[in-house]
Design a protein around this ligand. Sequence first.
Ligand SMILES: [Zn+2]
Length: 314
Amino acid sequence: MSNYFKNVVGQSRSTKILASHLDSRLISHAYLFLGREGVGKEYLAKEFARYIICGNKGEDDCPSCVRFKKGIHPDFIFIDGFDGIKIDQIREVVERINLTPSVSKKKVLLISGAENIGIEAANALLKTLEEPPADSVILITSRSEKRLPETIVSRTQVIKLNDIPKNEIEKALLYSYPKEEIESVLSISGGSMGECIRLLTDKKYRLKQEEIRNDVISFLKNNSVLDRFKIVEKYEKNKSIKTFFSFLTDRVLGSLISDYGESTEFSEKDLKSISASRKKIIAEKILKNYRNLDYNINLRIILEEMILEDSLNG
Ligand SMILES: [Zn+2]
């Protein structure tokens, strides 16, 4: 039995699949890791990359893995898509991935946060996925397949990450934090280990998240057009409307439509009082704009349209 992924929490289905690919050496050219924010997509993808490049059975201290963990392995190429992914970035890494590996048998490109990829960059990436260079593996992480062109999704092997059950998060965190503190952040963590740790260690961030959560609930429940407009305006003014919108899409959408997974902290209690027509309007608006959710889109207008359409309905 190999020793892969022993530090990955709560993703036994995905890790079993990936371990079987490693064991059989039948590794696909491209993988897409899907799951909610903070659920551990990037960590899992990086561990997978490390094992592909290393070629060992998951030992942690071989020279290849040591270099990888230091972030200096020449056969690993990484794009952090947090601030968007531009076509020039894709062009550059595609050039690099086309070269033969320097020290390993394979080169791995990881594109993290691909939900922020622009259309041009996506097309450039698609070309590489259509004709993948030999000896290379491309790993992509995204919060949702709906945020990527279907042509990209269809050329990858999809690995879906679960929301980690809350008791598993708690169990893992109990080594480092007191129980009461863990319990107080679990309900705003969105079933995400990374988010939990951030909430536990960064008090300012935690207060901010609690505030956004309350505003999102108010935006969902409130029946006054003016009050709802005020919430949108507040986030427009302090330039964090993208954060507000992401919260709405990543944490709430699951409760509005069924094919997006169910467990969110908003699920039953908070969302019960929202009318079916409002749920429908919000879900449709989000989904319609999901694939184009780059930095040029006017989120304020989308949110205000939700409010207005709903008020015409009611
Ligand atoms: Zn190794």
